[in-house]
Ligand binder design. Sequence first.
Ligand code: S3P
Length: 443
Amino acid sequence: MSHSAPARPMTSRRSGPLTGEATVPGDKSISHRALILGALAVGETRITGLLEGEDVLDTAKAMRAFGAEVTQHGPGDWSVHGVGVGGFRSPEGVIDCGNSGTGVRLIMGAMATTDITATFTGDASLSRRPMARVTVPLAQLGARITAREGDRLPITIEGAADPVPLTYRTPVASAQIKSAILLAGLNVPGDTVVIESEPTRDHSERMLAGFGAEIRSETTDEGHRITLKGRPELRAQPVAVPRDPSSAAFPVAAALIVPGSHIRVPGVSRNPTRDGLYVTLLEMGADIAFENPREEGGEPVADLVVRHGPLKGVSVPAERAASMIDEFPILSVIASFAQGKTVMNGVAELRVKESDRIDAMARGLEANGVTVEETQDSMTVHGAASVAGGGQAVTHLDHRIAMSFMVLGLATENPVQIDDGNPITTSFPDFVPLMTRLGAQID
Ligand code: S3P
């Protein structure tokens, strides 16, 4: 997102039944990875369905700066001519990853084992987020890293000239940490091993295998163990990006809480490492059908058919957190309309996302008449048959907080306001027109 864009307040109002088809954008995680692996492969990687949100566009710009040729041919239709593993050059300028933790952490990994130097920066939100989680393992691989106080951006990395193999146990279940190490491991002689306590999204593993790397995942006594053989020749591949289940969650939530709604959301990824929200919603009694299950671009996808109906509160187990880590803000909105309380356990990571999402949701929900309890790593929302609304929520440069409160206001008694809708463009540029077409009142 542009660092200087003036704040854009937005309001959503109680709406009639939402109906029709919601075609959500391409998956953000897969879009970043397609550009980065395309840049590290030999030949042309053709990408269709790429998410053209600010986060991903920043990664495209970064890949150009490292020497890849990245071209847009039409909406969502891109090509990348890669430079091969170890072929990145030192960028001339600073790499600005904007709002994107995924972008900056994966790109730092991708360059850290090549003998080049790069400096990374980002917006005010990204500059507050912890980076030691990736700089510590990258230093163990041989990179030299200088960071601002507290291991925050800006960060300069001198890539390792002679990287050494690493076996690394991640301190928190994070696909960004895992992926940064695996991307670094591409240019390391020998095996790079990552062990995670809970399996996290596996798009990097799937795509690396698709591009010809030797990579295997196994469940061991120590946890989920991924082993990558270094210095493969990555071969350019076509990538068809499936639609993002995290973006689909917003129209799905809106249909679940607005009486009389009935919508269809086609072609959404049902990767089991991303499916936690949908598992939870079914437990809550949500009326969701998964039609035409099929495989697209190496990922399982289905068409979601969602109808409004009664929901009940549930307890979400900590082991499920990684598979729905981006969906807790919108789950807390849905939970506000469920009967009884919904408890979200093991969610401490929410405190270091684009904002402290527990704090942002709790304060915003309270301002709109919802009772919320929080601990350092849990959040409990007390549902009610009717929610007052009428309050303002602060979005803290966080797209998912902004969209969550715009969905809340579609079913509250009084309108809900956010201070700034600009962050929505990082992941879902068409959010407002798409929701409006379904019948949502957002302006
Ligand atoms: C992502 C991983 C998650 C998620 C982020 C995207 C990825 O972060 O929150 O939006 O593409 O790898 P963590 O892996 O740090 O939990």
